[in-house]
Design a protein around this ligand. Structure first.
Ligand SMILES: *Cc1c(COP(=O)(O)O)cnc(C)c1O
Length: 405
């Protein structure tokens, strides 16, 4: 039923040979990492031109992940909001409960193809680490996940999951003991032994080729959704809505629609407790040009050029940077970026749970919250597709505690 054949977007939406989307992207790396990352870029270029690589990945996506994921018409939610017909792309129904498995499997297959034995990564909230440890268990690779010591304590259930899946969790107790130190530690370990390790990144961020590669692995989401909405409605949707942390679930949904200018592409970032203080992670709205994690992009940064502390009710969205292609899409007038607050997100989480019996991840609840705003302003024959990037079981204890306060 769903057509998952690859149709590349037009060249204006692809990176150039150095990984630049306009001025953004590239590979800003210390000298000792230039060659290992260039090796990844060469291997990915070769793999992505090889039909057998795509077949192998597609087989895992259908046999193991359970793709295609449903495109669900949320009839109760649509009636409740009044206005547009709202569809949910059900990435929450994937094995492991979110979209991240799409790109960790892709990177695991590439690592094997390159002859690497160990997947290495950093993780903050632990979602990337768990998806990566899952892919490693399936494909027979080792997995080493670096985490700030504070995050290890905060994210205990994810640490247990990773260890059960066979991963080694390295607690980093330098400096602030958080994501920044974990990134540095994972990169240092990788650089010391690039024959052994494949560095796996959890979103459309980092040096070239990762923003393009992770987007390609996620783009199955939009290819399916495009065929599914055409089948259900006989036409393309008026808008797509997705949450944006680094931006991988958003580009996953958007990519198959880039050359359909009548389809609005809306990314929703975390407005947290408001845009006036520093308790948010609204990088597209308030960030400035800078270099972070090997890419030139927009960054929430201090006057001294250090990444700012960021906050979101959804731990998967609190990142001070953004995938470089999103900055370019906004400049091209193709992507629109808005923010919603923690309070709106919590209300959307409760609403979807009550009217549809679907508990969304707090990350995905940002996209729902914007649909709650937008749908009532549109006519009854308008169609919205919201990316339900993950399920909310991981968030229920936190939500219960917030609501009790
Ligand atoms: C990690 C995560 C996100 C944010 O990451 P993107 O790269 O912006 O998609 C969103 N939703 C869920 C469920 C996640 O786990």
């Amino acid at each position: 039923m769903t057509n998952t054949a690859t149709v590349a977007p037009s060249a204006q939406y692809l990176a150039d040979e150095h990984g630049y989307f306009g001025e953004y992207g590239g590979a800003a790396l210390p000298p000792h990492l230039v060659e290992p990352i260039a090796e990844v870029a060469r291997a990915y270029a070769e793999a992505s031109a090889d039909p057998s690589f795509h077949e192998e990945l597609q087989a895992l996506l259908s046999r193991y992940v359970g793709r295609p994921s449903l495109l669900y018409f949320a009839e109760n939610l649509s009636a409740h909001l009044g206005g547009a017909r709202v569809y949910l792309k059900r990435e929450d129904l994937n094995h492991t409960g979110a979209h991240k498995i799409n790109h960790t499997l892709g990177q695991a297959l590439l690592a094997k193809r390159m002859g690497k034995r160990t997947l290495i990564a950093e993780t903050g909230a632990g979602q990337h680490g768990v998806a990566l440890a899952t892919a490693a268990a399936l494909t027979g690779l080792n997995c080493e996940v670096h985490m700030g010591a504070i995050d290890v304590a905060k994210q205990h259930p994810n640490v247990v999951r990773m260890e059960l899946l066979g991963a080694t969790v390295v607690a980093v107790d330098e400096g602030g003991q958080s994501l920044k130190e974990a990134v540095d530690s994972a990169f240092a370990t990788y650089a010391a032994n690039p024959e052994e390790y494949f560095f796996a990144i959890g979103s459309v961020v980092g040096p070239h080729p990762y923003p393009s590669m992770v987007r390609d692995f996620q783009s199955v989401v939009g290819r399916e959704a495009r065929a599914q909405v055409l089948e259900a409605e006989g036409r393309l949707p008026d808008a797509l809505i997705a949450s944006v942390g680094g931006g991988s679930n958003a580009l996953g949904l958007f990519t198959a629609f880039l050359d359909d200018p009548e389809v609005r592409l809306i990314g929703v970032e975390p407005g947290g407790e408001g845009l006036t203080g520093d308790r948010h992670a609204a990088t597209m709205t308030l960030g400035t040009p800078g270099t972070l994690h090997g890419m030139h992009t927009r960054v929430l940064q201090t006057a001294a050029g250090e990444p700012s502390p960021v906050h979101s009710i959804a731990s998967g969205l609190d990142y001070p940077g953004i995938g470089p292609q999103h900055v370019r899409l906004q400049e091209q007038g193709r992507g629109e970026y808005v923010s919603v607050s923690d309070a709106e997100t919590l209300a959307a989480f409760q609403l979807l749970t009550r009217v549809e019996g679907i508990i969304p991840a707090l990350e995905s609840s940002h996209a729902i919250a914007h649909a709650v705003r937008l749908a009532p302003t549109l006519p009854a024959d308008a169609v919205l597709v919201v990316n339900l990037s993950g399920r909310g079981d991981k968030d229920v204890d936190y939500v219960a505690e917030r609501l009790a306060r």
